[in-house]
Design a protein. Structure first.
Length: 412
């Protein structure tokens, strides 16, 4: 397995050398970019995270041992450089009246469970027309990530309050006079929905339909404002078992989500924010999911109801060479539209959390090609039990984690 990792890295480096070492193909230009990134973190307790702790989400609930001590109340920390990134922008010849371009972007944040390996972040081609229309085919940021995102040091980029997801998609965009309309059909590959079989793309594959997103933005000077909506339709199961007999079932869970965002830049000051009414959007690193609302006793076929979460964040930064920033995020569980039948038939992330609050402060020093920074982050989750009548969380208790992060980056 280690030899496979080395072979993949070697092949990628050989490809880059080949591209840069030969003459440019007529009509093509190649622009390489990226950075070397190292970061060290310390947490005051155990947490829900990814990428070996670099992608921090929220503190874990209290878990008592036989003596009544909290097993999760132990600190953690480490230091890594595998989020180092390498990308390439390509400009190609015109196709008819359309300008063609492409992007390939990778880092070493993929994992096999044993070590971190080269992974694909973005890979797409794009056609742009002078009329303002453009078409994108490939993998890039989810539309709810958008043009307004927090300026923070942590790898999670504001999650679990800011949607975080890169997926394959087909996207059409029209931009004119400061207005920009975008429609997307988004599929799942790495960032997956949670369901009865855990995290898998089968829920979307079996349901056939992609996630459908639309958005409208207006920008003028340093001001941006816009809104969007997303429809997600999944098929949780294809069969059920009742009294030893297997039945074909036709189940589907549908959910609608909405977002609004704004950003203002003036001189060294940037103020940005986003608010989301999220429904079953755990595939974008937001809290959410769904549960079973009805069961056919004869065939075992189930009906589902999605949870709704109100999620918002605000971010302010000031500076250039010396930069300071504050970030705050808040999520509230609004419950379900229908009653739930069983607490064991609820699927998602953070389903037993009523409220989640995060505050962070960063300070950075920026030079040409260099960034040094530190960030302090405090997160409090209100854990409790799910009320089956409405999906809301009751009888809560707070759990808090303190996190310190230090980052260096060398850009090229």
């Amino acid at each position: 397995m280690i030899n496979l990792q080395k072979a993949l890295i070697l092949m990628f480096l050989m490809l880059l050398c080949a591209i840069s070492g030969i003459a440019q193909r007529k009509g093509y230009t190649y622009d390489f970019y990226g950075f070397v990134r190292g970061e060290s973190y310390v947490n005051s307790r155990q947490n829900t995270d990814a990428v070996d702790g670099l992608f921090y989400l929220l503190p874990n609930d209290i878990r008592l041992d036989a003596a009544g001590k909290d097993l999760n109340a132990t600190p953690s920390g480490s230091y890594y450089t595998f989020t180092t990134r390498l990308g390439m922008n390509i400009k190609g010849p015109d196709i008819g009246k359309a300008r063609s371009s492409a992007r390939i972007e990778t880092d070493f944040g993929g994992t096999t469970g044993l070590y971190f390996v080269l992974r694909l972040r973005q890979a797409y081609v794009k056609l742009d027309w002078e009329s303002g229309s453009s078409v994108l085919l490939g993998q890039t940021w989810h539309p709810f990530f958008g043009d307004v995102a927090p300026n923070v040091l942590n790898l999670a980029t504001g999650a679990p309050f800011q949607p975080f997801n890169r997926s394959p998609m087909l996207q059409y965009q029209f931009a004119k006079n400061g207005w920009k309309f975008r429609s997307s059909a988004v599929y799942q590959l790495v960032y997956l929905s949670i369901g009865p079989s855990g995290k898998t793309e089968d829920y979307m594959k079996n349901g056939i339909l992609p996630e459908l997103c639309i958005g409208l933005d207006y920008s003028r000077g340093g001001f941006i404002a816009g809104a969007g909506a997303a429809l997600l339709s999944l098929k949780p199961r294809l069969q059920s078992v009742v009294d030893g007999s297997t039945y074909l079932v036709n189940e589907r869970v549908n959910s609608l989500s909405y977002e609004a965002h704004a950003q203002y830049k003036q001189g060294l000051l940037t103020l940005a924010g986003k608010t989301i009414l999220a429904s079953n959007m755990n595939h974008t690193a937001l809290l959410g999911g769904y549960g079973v609302s009805a069961v056919d006793n004869a065939t075992g076929e189930q009906e589902y109801t999605p949870f709704r979460h109100s999620t918002s964040w605000i971010n302010v930064t000031y500076g250039d060479k010396w930069l300071g920033g504050l970030y705050g995020g808040f999520t509230k569980n609004l419950g379900t539209g229908r009653a739930l039948v069983d607490a064991s038939k609820i699927y998602g992330m953070g389903m037993n959390i009523d409220k989640l609050l995060m505050l962070s402060a960063q300070f950075g020093y920026n030079l040409p090609h260099w960034k040094l920074g530190a960030e302090y982050q405090v997160s409090t989750a209100a854990y409790g039990s799910i009320n089956l009548a409405d999906g809301k969380v009751i009888d809560t208790h707070d759990v808090t984690n303190h996190r310190i992060l230090a980052v260096f980056m060398y850009y090229f």
